[in-house]
Ligand binder design. Sequence first.
Ligand SMILES: [Fe+2]
Length: 255
Amino acid sequence: MKNNLLVGQISDTHFVSNNKKLFDQHDTYQRLLDTVRTCNQLKNKPDFYILSGDLIHDDESYYKEFFEICKNLERPIYPMMGNHDKRDFLKKYIQPELVDEHGYLNYTIKSNSLDVICLDTAIEDKIEGTLNHTSMQWLEKELKNNIEKPIIIFMHHPPIEIGSILFDHIKCNNGEDFINLISQYKNVSDVIFGHVHCVFKTVINEIEFSSCPSASIQYPIDAKSEKNLNLDNQGYIKLIHFIEGKIIKKDLEIK
Ligand SMILES: [Fe+2]
């Protein structure tokens, strides 16, 4: 296996069926088609795509059409749970090895040079997230099993506040415990999350925490109220270039 990796990330597609609109306004069906087309037009194609949660908006029947469209990406896809996803339905469309022994979507994508850990932070029927006891144990075991190779971690909910009145109260509610755990492992370089529908980046304990904005709609990070929000219909794809043992750059591809 080669040492360089290009990881594509698509987040918060909030897919709805062809004849529907998200909030009666946003055509997230068309946005997914646009996302796939943009991905397929990239000069350097990612080795695989992480779909970091909120794949569909609200109806599990959308998964069938969602995954049919995603097949056109022509690369392996790794779906994750978001707060809008339905775990039992999503499991029907993914490889069984992406589900841990307790039924959560915790898994590691291994390569010669890098391990990519994807975590399940969703609490069924709640908007906020958590890393429950068994998921935290699963993560600790994965980290202990690999103390040398670089690791990047994907999770839907941010483990930190980003300064948003819309999202800070619905983050991963035990993010501090998570950060305390991963900070013990010097080979963890990055944590990348979705959920917040905006661009954000910070560094804590030498680990970079960054968001992947939504592939469908963006929320203003500096919104002063939850009412009358002017949502931005711009969509993004995140590209993470891992070259010669470390992450060299992260691009946002706008479509
Ligand atoms: Fe979302």
